[in-house]
Design a protein around this ligand. Structure first.
Ligand SMILES: *Cc1c(COP(=O)(O)O)cnc(C)c1O
Length: 421
């Protein structure tokens, strides 16, 4: 359920008509709904109500906007961060340091140090080498870093290959068959408090079975570790729940996921941790765009050239992803159209032969399900600047990220003296 609905023939975000935002902020612009974010955060928490004291850390990489993070901080969410920049954001948004988990395969020395200095709740260590490096820094600071060891369970998540992370050949985590040995070795380090196992097998999962298989392997590993005398008090089960990108598509609801987790983890006797991203933010945002023109193309469908492009919403170009495309003021008339952006690259195609609302130059439209992995993946390719973001709350809205003009980006560039003629 989301709060982007037609009212009197006009698409609204909560109580705000989208044409009002287009007029005041311009297009393209991401529009997020606070009520939808809150709803998703609560549905996910409710789905875990059968578990004892679950810890929920929003995956900041899915939508790092400060206002979005603040909404989730207000819901009691912590943060799963994958860089020093995300850590800084999570703290600035009001997330408590102890509720922050630091994931990522390439944390630098400086980032490990930053995490320690800020007193974050947990490092998800992705290699033996990283563990020893963190241990050395912690010793120097006279601290102990709470850690989970991320394992690679070699499970096929059955999702797009670029967002699959739990196969043996993926770069993430340590191989399951070496995990017990590495965990025991790191547990001897005085700078580390090895307290758990972490797993995250991929994103946009449409099927709970690969997750269940991976969690089963984690359960067996926990038993093996305890048998070997290691202490395990936490298990971080990552994120990955998929969301529908097409109207009518069915995905396992969070409640089913929660029931599966409760069943599989029964008797683990650990605090369970979660890192949802897309399932919270995906359907809480749309990308609002205006049609620049409709261009005839031989006998084929017309090219609808919109003012959003692959630099603003990368998923279709990067993953071949589908986003529903709808008129803001639909007439009821449908047409088959190619939907493209203005960028000089054929990859800047949102959809070919899409049957959707018939649109013409000047009309407004939205790409749906753009709240996760949308604005955060934007670039300034073709010197288009960075897209703006708006948060709606009931009948009010605010710009939560300014549009950054191409000229402002250019201000950061220099032509060295020695190039002057
Ligand atoms: C990306 C990521 C997540 C969030 O994944 P979603 O599919 O958005 O839920 C969680 N944990 C880690 C370690 C990640 O890299």
């Amino acid at each position: 359920m989301d709060h982007f609905q037609l009212r009197d023939g006009v698409l609204h975000a909560e109580d705000v008509p989208l044409p009002t935002i287009a007029e005041e902020v311009g297009t393209p612009v991401y529009v997020y709904s606070r009520a939808t974010l809150v709803r998703h955060a609560r549905v996910f928490r409710e789905a875990l109500s059968g578990l004892k004291n679950p810890h929920i850390a929003f995956a900041v990489k899915s939508n790092p906007n400060l206002a979005v993070l603040r909404v989730l901080a207000n819901e009691g969410y912590g943060a799963d961060v994958v860089s020093g920049g995300e850590l800084t954001r999570a703290l600035k948004a009001g997330m408590k340091a102890e509720d922050i988990v630091f994931s990522g395969v390439g944390k630098t020395h400086a980032e490990l140090q930053q995490g320690l200095e800020e007193g974050i709740g947990q490092f998800n260590i992705e290699s033996e080498e990283e563990g020893y490096e963190l241990a050395a820094i912690a010793r120097r600071f006279g601290k102990r870093a709470a850690c989970a060891l991320r394992v690679n369970p070699d499970v096929d998540a059955r999702t797009h290959e670029k967002i699959s992370t739990g196969k043996r050949e993926n770069k993430f985590g340590v191989p399951l068959d070496r995990a017990a040995e590495i965990y025991a070795a790191l547990a001897k380090e005085e700078g580390l408090d090895m307290r758990g196992i972490a797993v995250h097998i991929g994103s946009q999962l449409g099927d709970l079975e690969p997750l269940e298989t991976a969690f089963g392997k984690v359960g067996a590993l926990i038993a093996e570790l305890r048998e070997a005398g290691c202490s395990v008090t936490h298990a971080d089960l990552g994120g990955g729940l998929g969301v529908p990108y097409k109207a009518g598509e069915e995905f396992p609801p969070p409640s089913e996921y929660g029931a599966m987790v409760a069943r599989v983890t029964q008797g683990w006797d650990v605090q369970l941790m979660f890192e949802p991203g897309r399932v919270i933010a995906g359907n809480a945002g749309v990308l609002l765009t205006r049609v620049i023109r409709s261009k005839r193309s031989g006998n084929g469908p017309p090219f609808l050239v919109v003012d959003a492009a692959m630099n603003d919403l990368t998923r279709p170009a990067m993953y071949g992803a589908w986003h529903d495309f709808e008129a803001v003021e639909p007439t009821g008339q449908k047409a088959v159209q190619h939907i493209v952006g203005p960028i000089c690259e054929t990859g800047d195609t949102f959809a070919m032969d899409r049957e959707c609302d018939a649109l013409a130059a000047g009309d407004l439209a939205v790409f749906r399900t753009a709240g996760a992995y949308g604005a955060t993946m934007a670039s300034s390719y073709n010197s288009r600047g960075f897209v703006a973001e708006v948060l709606v709350d009931g009948d009010k809205f605010a710009i939560v990220a300014d549009r950054i003009a191409a000229s402002a980006i250019m201000d950061a560039e220099r032509v060295p003296d020695w190039l002057e003629g």
